[in-house]
Design a binder for this molecule. Sequence first.
Ligand SMILES: NC(=O)c1ccc[n+]([C@@H]2O[C@H](COP(=O)([O-])OP(=O)(O)OC[C@H]3O[C@@H](n4cnc5c(N)ncnc54)[C@H](OP(=O)(O)O)[C@@H]3O)[C@@H](O)[C@H]2O)c1
Length: 324
Amino acid sequence: MTLASEKGQRLFLTGATGFIGAYVLRAAIAAGHDVDALTRSKSNAGVLASERVKVITGDLSAKDARWRETMRKADAVIHLAQPQTFGRRVTKERARQYCLRRLEMDRALFEAIDPAKTRRIVYVAGTSYYGDCGPEICNETAVPHPRGWGPYLAPAIESLPEYVARGLPIVAAFPGWVYGPGSWFAQYVLEPLREGRPVYGLRGPARYTSPIHVEDCARAILHLTDSGEIGSRYFIVDDAPVPGERLAEIAAKALGVTGRGRKLPFVLLQLLSGHVIADSVAYENRLSNHRLKATGFSFAFPSCEQGVPNAVQQWLINQLDRDR
Ligand SMILES: NC(=O)c1ccc[n+]([C@@H]2O[C@H](COP(=O)([O-])OP(=O)(O)OC[C@H]3O[C@@H](n4cnc5c(N)ncnc54)[C@H](OP(=O)(O)O)[C@@H]3O)[C@@H](O)[C@H]2O)c1
């Protein structure tokens, strides 16, 4: 059987212009794949430029779906596209809209796939679906208690077994807190630290979370197009759960700033960032990467102590490039 991680295979990538997608694209090119990369906007197409990438302009939510024809030729599909999440306060209403739109996008994608041609679909979900796991380290068989974005991801995740039963070769990836030089880590941690603003957290005991460097996350997603078992779930987290605020402490040190953490009661944090983001830092989530490692995957950054300084360095370089 020819698998997508073999050189010269054709990957169809949704969310290619997004935070994780940009790294998946880079990893796929480095591994010698040809990639059809989906974006809704011609102006985003520039960031995808590479001789191994064919840009497909299209919208998963739209009736006009020229992308379908290309996707049906893919050996593997990596599905990262999601409605916009960060950038504004995330109220429950905004999250409900996210949930509905995500389901619509997933349905359009799954209905268009040809299981006779496509050997793996790596569906990227999130560990907020598992949510509150308590103080024990959990694996993928744990009973989910969705928190933060989790309740709004749940309908999409819980519809996957039905698609698998219909013959779609879906492997579900669950990244933890994905840190890197963008997305929430830049917005809530790196920018405030650099500008001398407080990094907000939640008052009360330290709550552990399971982080992952965006480069390892991207490589793991790509790895699952080959090594993931159809119908299985994989946590994409590093070796060492840490208290959530640890990421900001390491980042402050790497930036050479003192850093002002400001712990707020839940109601105030909710006023500032919306219910969903406040709830994202309000629970314990210590997850095992045993199943992922058993597939042969190894981490470049096994802990955030190793990964965060690298993410900070990449972010500083990006800032310099932008200012030039
Ligand atoms: N970021 C994290 O920390 C994190 C953690 C755990 C799990 N995840 C999961 O990982 C996945 C990717 O997250 P991300 O943060 O990398 O995403 P992101 O930066 O928010 O990017 C979203 C992507 O979706 C595309 N998109 C949005 N609507 C679309 C539509 N209607 N049709 C086609 N494409 C559309 C956008 O492309 P264009 O704008 O170019 O069209 C963009 O590339 C998501 O499923 C998320 O739940 C993320």
